[in-house]
Design a protein around this ligand. Structure first.
Ligand code: ZN
Length: 249
C-alpha cells in the first residue's frame, strides 16, 4: 500500500460492513477522493479478492455528502459514535439495508435540524439494537400484559417493561418510563422507519429516554465507546437546556 492509497470502512446495502481499498484516494485530484470521504454516501463498483471482507474500488459516484455535519462539533461527535456502534455491532447481511437507511435518515434529521441531537441519538441506539437482534419486548407489562399504565419500568438488561403492580422489590435496576417515553420506545423499536421519524419528544421525557436507550446499548454491546466518551461532555449542556426548558413550561 502506498501513502496515497486508503482503506475505508463502509456500511453497505447488501454486504454489511466491509473494507474497501481505494488506490490513490488520499490525493485531492484522485477520482476516488470525494466519494471515499467520511460521512459520504456513495455508489461503488468493487472487486473481490483482497482477502476477507476487503474489496478493491473500481468505480465510484458520490450520492450525498453530509456537509453541514461539520458545522457542529456535537453533530460530528454523534455521527462518529453512530459509526462506531455500527462497526462494533455484527450487522447481519439481511439487515444491512435497514441499518443503512436508519443511519442515512438519522444523519439527515441531524443535519437538517429536524431532530435534536438527543432525540437522534436515542432513536438510533434503540433502532439499531432492534435491527441487530435485540428488539425489546415493549408492547406491555411482561408479567400481566397490561399496556396502558401511568408509568412502566424498563429492564435494560432483558429488554422488557413491567408495570407498578408487578414490579418486585428486587427489580432495582429497572428504569422508570413515563407514557411518552414508553410510546417513543415503541415507535423506535416497532414502527416503520418513516413513521419513526415523525415522533418528537423533549424535556424530562427526552432525558429519561436518552438514559434508557444508552443503557440498553451498553448492556447489549460493550461497556464503553471512545466516541461516546468524547460525546458525553458535549451532551451535558443539551441535557441542562432540556431541564431548563421543562422548568420554564
Ligand atoms: Zn403488570
Amino acid at each position: 500500500m502506498k501513502e496515497s492509497d486508503k482503506v475505508i470502512t463502509v456500511l453497505t446495502r447488501e454486504l454489511g460492513v466491509i473494507s474497501i481499498y481505494a488506490k490513490g484516494a488520499m490525493r485531492l485530484k484522485n477520482k476516488f477522493h470525494s466519494s471515499t470521504g467520511v460521512f459520504t454516501y456513495s455508489e461503488f463498483v468493487i472487486f473481490e479478492g483482497r482477502g476477507d471482507r476487503m474489496y478493491q474500488l473500481n468505480e465510484a459516484v458520490v450520492k450525498k455528502v453530509f456537509y453541514t455535519l461539520s458545522e457542529s462539533v456535537e453533530n460530528i461527535a454523534l455521527a462518529m459514535y453512530m459509526s462506531e456502534l455500527i462497526y462494533e455491532s455484527v450487522v447481519p447481511d439481511e439487515a444491512s439495508n435497514d441499518i443503512l437507511r436508519l443511519y442515512l435518515n438519522c444523519l439527515h434529521m441531524l443535519c437538517e435540524g429536524k431532530w435534536s441531537l438527543l432525540m437522534t441519538k436515542a432513536a438510533f441506539e434503540m433502532r439499531l439494537m432492534s435491527d441487530i437482534g435485540f428488539r425489546p419486548s415493549i408492547a406491555g407489562c411482561k408479567r400481566c400484559n397490561e399496556y396502558e399504565k401511568d408509568i412502566f419500568f424498563f429492564d435494560a438488561q432483558e429488554g422488557y417493561l413491567v408495570c407498578p403492580d408487578c414490579i418486585k422489590t428486587y427489580d432495582t435496576a429497572y428504569m422508570a418510563s413515563d407514557p411518552p417515553v414508553t410510546l417513543a420506545l415503541r415507535y423506535f423499536a416497532l414502527a416503520d422507519l418513516e413513521q419513526m421519524f415523525t415522533f418528537k419528544l423533549k424535556g424530562y421525557s427526552l432525558i429519561q429516554l436518552s438514559h434508557i436507550c444508552e443503557r440498553y446499548v451498553l448492556n447489549h454491546t460493550k461497556d464503553s465507546y471512545k466516541t461516546l466518551d468524547f460525546l458525553k461532555p458535549l451532551i451535558e449542556p443539551l441535557i441542562e437546556a432540556e431541564i431548563n426548558s421543562a422548568k420554564g413550561n
